[in-house]
Design a protein around this ligand. Sequence first.
Ligand code: PGA
Length: 250
Amino acid sequence: MKTYIIGNWKMHGVRTSARALASTVLDAAGRLASQKTEVILCPPATLLSLIADLTYNTPVRCGGQDCHAEAEGAYTGEISAAMLRDAGATYVIVGHSERRAGHSESSREVNRKAEAALAAGLRPVLCVGESLAERKAGRAMDTVRRQLRESMPRQGDTKRVIVAYEPVWAIGTGQVANASDIAEMHAHIATLLKSEFGFAETEVAVLYGGSVKPANAAEILRCPGVHGVLVGSASLNAEEFVAIINAAQS
Ligand code: PGA
């Protein structure tokens, strides 16, 4: 299985800064991205066409940060999976905790988005993860089980889904889950993917996300069951993001 390194730029960047960031990443990733490593940039929707043009015919791919569950319609401000595809995306993040919390997205909604993504030919990067309160109460495993059960797509080419385990308390906080907690949760997710959805071992990629930096990337990527990382703030710094891509080579 490939190692996936995904940069989630969130609501950062305008054309000038995005072009500079993507060009530096491309210089390095052009050399580093290989059969073994898939590098994906997820800029804000306004920059998707630009980044898709810059990465065209290179080993780097791009993706959206969210999509609507419907293919089209009277949904002011929304963007469909087909529109992302048309703009050059091949991936889309769905169910990020900032959307689950900030936009009250339910797992059922995330499920519909993931199915819409597959139907439009995109690979959904489906995020799950417990809050700090849930972890402290010993409910991390249950939360992730419930989220996966309710949000994994049931229709379409479901093995094209990528799952991202992102403990909410580790996102943007500088706090990273330790290697044994990561390995434990990834083993749990692998078991669920098999028992609930019938996937063979390592058929579906499972990434870790939450304060991934150059200093911890190699250790995280070495954890059993981790097939890549979803990177937020460090993906906005070309040097740091390239160092994380580099860590995947070793
Ligand atoms: P972070 O964000 O790397 O800034 O913690 C990760 C994410 O939100 O995917």
